[in-house]
Write a protein that binds this ligand. Structure first.
Ligand SMILES: *[C@@H]1O[C@H](CO)[C@@H](O)[C@H](O)[C@H]1NC(C)=O
Ligand SMILES: *[C@@H]1O[C@H](CO)[C@@H](O)[C@H](O)[C@H]1NC(C)=O
Ligand SMILES: *[C@@H]1O[C@H](CO)[C@@H](O)[C@H](O)[C@H]1NC(C)=O
Ligand SMILES: *[C@@H]1O[C@H](CO)[C@@H](O)[C@H](O)[C@H]1NC(C)=O
Ligand SMILES: *[C@@H]1O[C@H](CO)[C@@H](O)[C@H](O)[C@H]1NC(C)=O
Ligand SMILES: *[C@@H]1O[C@H](CO)[C@@H](O)[C@H](O)[C@H]1NC(C)=O
Ligand SMILES: *[C@@H]1O[C@H](CO)[C@@H](O)[C@H](O)[C@H]1NC(C)=O
Length: 423
């Protein structure tokens, strides 16, 4: 039987060893962080509190720790840090978050970051990082959010990206990325967000992308994508945002997009799409923005678009659309912007447009419209811009046009209109 003294000493010794163990881990963590800091230039002294005798890194600026005192996060956002990045931080075995966004860090993304095996969030965005996206990063099996946007990265997207099977968000916009989207992307079944606009990525929008069934936002604007849109985009039932503007996409706007029932923002402007505006888009119950301007569309405007009950902006300008403006468009109570300028539209302006109670901006200029300006336009109390120039309108300008609203732009020039405009 143990003596009372031994009974007292044993737990104390265990406690002592535990404290020693965690102090040792703390010292190692402190050393790793100080080495990570050495690669950076802390010009404003924002990390001057780091270090100090026997200091516990859990109390340092930007450091998050678990209840057990292990460093789990390093968040150094917007601290005007210069210099470069070091992989030394990966000596922290529980590091889940490394976020150095919005600094002035230059140099390469160290391939050594691949040693941060527990990493779930890597945010290096808004810095001046050069060179390649290291393929080694694709071994980070726990990575959920990879943010590299707004740097100077110039490489292809690594073919191994498909190995990041935990990835939910991929933000790599505003770099100099080239090459194609790797087909291995199909393996990223948890991916919800891809923002890769403002790069120089080329090739087609790969059909494999449509296997990322949880995709909610796909942003690929201002790249050099070519070819037709895969009709399989219809698989993406959770897609809310599809931004493909400013590429060189061609072929028809797939009618199948009408099956992406959660779509809110569809931007296909500044491409080379041909054919008509698919009437199937009218089935999108949540559509807010429809931008297909600056393409080569040569069909007619489907009257079914009047069934859209939440849309705010419809911009089909700068195409070759023919036929009439369907009066059904007047049935959309939420419509704020209707731009149909620079097309080949004929017929008269439908008086039904005078029922658009939310409309702020109408631009129908540079078409072949005839007839008069509907008297009902006098009722549009939210209207601030009305542009109808370069048509064949005639008759009198409605005498109270603008009397109920605050026009900032009214251009009725190059028509055969008579009458006065309310000052
Ligand atoms: C990085 O930190 C900033 C500031 O706290 C935050 O706004 C941003 O969302 C973080 N990035 C990620 C990917 O969580
Ligand atoms: C992706 O992971 C697999 C399985 O671990 C591995 O065999 C393959 O080499 C990895 N691919 C790349 C390009 O790293
Ligand atoms: C990135 O691309 C821009 C525009 O194409 C170019 O001016 C710049 O030199 C490129 N930067 C790098 C780091 O490649
Ligand atoms: C889509 O979103 C719903 C609701 O947020 C979610 O339950 C579902 O798993 C998501 N994915 C697919 C493929 O529908
Ligand atoms: C876009 O890609 C085409 C070939 O597909 C190429 O000729 C052209 O130079 C590229 N444009 C830009 C801006 O990179
Ligand atoms: C405009 O419409 C008129 C009458 O429909 C037609 O005669 C004329 O050719 C059209 N002009 C253009 C440029 O389409
Ligand atoms: C303007 O609105 C009023 C009230 O809703 C309506 O009675 C009137 O007919 C409208 N005017 C025109 C020209 O449509």
């Amino acid at each position: 039987m143990a003596s009372p003294v031994a009974r007292f000493l044993l737990p104390a010794a265990v406690l002592f060893l535990a404290v020693l163990g965690s102090a040792e881990a703390g010292t190692e963590a402190a050393a790793a962080l100080l080495e990570f800091k050495r690669a950076m230039l802390d010009v404003d002294g924002r990390l001057s509190g780091w270090g100090g005798a026997g200091a516990d890194p859990c109390g340092w600026a930007g450091i998050a720790c678990s209840a057990a005192g292990e460093v789990t996060g390093v968040t150094l956002h917007g601290l005007n840090l210069h210099g470069g990045l070091s992989g030394a931080v990966c000596a922290l075995p529980r590091l889940a978050v490394l976020n150095v966004s919005k600094n002035a860090l230059a140099g390469a993304v160290p391939p050594g970051l691949a040693a941060c095996a527990a990493l779930e969030v890597l945010d290096l965005s808004t810095n001046a990082l050069h060179g390649a996206v290291p393929p080694e990063l694709c071994t980070l099996r726990a990575l959920r959010r990879l943010f590299l946007s707004e740097n100077l990265l110039a490489s292809e997207i690594p073919a191994a990206i498909g190995n990041l099977t935990a990835l939910e968000e991929l933000e790599i916009y505003s770099n100099n990325l080239t090459g194609k989207i790797p087909t291995s992307i199909r393996a990223l079944r948890r991916l919800r967000v891809i923002r890769a606009g403002f790069n120089d990525i080329s090739g087609p929008i790969p059909v494999e992308l449509t296997e990322c069934a949880n995709l909610e936002a796909l942003g690929l604007m201002q790249n050099n994508f070519t070819g037709e849109l895969p009709r399989e985009l219809a698989r993406l039932k959770n897609l809310t945002t599809l931004f493909l503007s400013k590429n060189a996409l061609s072929g028809e706007v797939p009618p199948e997009l009408g099956s992406c029932t959660n779509l809110q923002k569809l931007a296909l402007n500044d491409n080379a799409f041909t054919g008509g505006v698919p009437r199937e888009l009218a089935a999108l119950p949540s559509l807010l923005k429809l931008y297909i301007y600056k393409n080569q569309l040569d069909g007619t405007i489907p009257p079914e678009l009047g069934n859209l009950q939440s849309v705010q902006d419809i911009d089909l300008s700068e195409n070759k659309l023919a036929g009439i403006i369907p009066g059904e468009l007047g049935r959309i109570p939420t419509l704020r912007l209707l731009y149909l300028f620079e097309n080949r539209l004929q017929g008269s302006i439908p008086p039904e447009l005078g029922q658009l109670s939310s409309i702020r901006k109408i631009d129908l200029s540079i078409n072949n419209l005839t007839g008069t300006i509907p008297m009902a336009f006098q009722n549009l109390s939210s209207l601030v811009n009305l542009l109808l120039s370069d048509n064949h309108l005639h008759g009198i300008i409605p005498p109270f046009l603008g009397a109920n609203s605050k026009f900032s732009v009214l251009d009725l020039s190059d028509n055969q209109l008579t009458g006065n405009i309310v000052p």
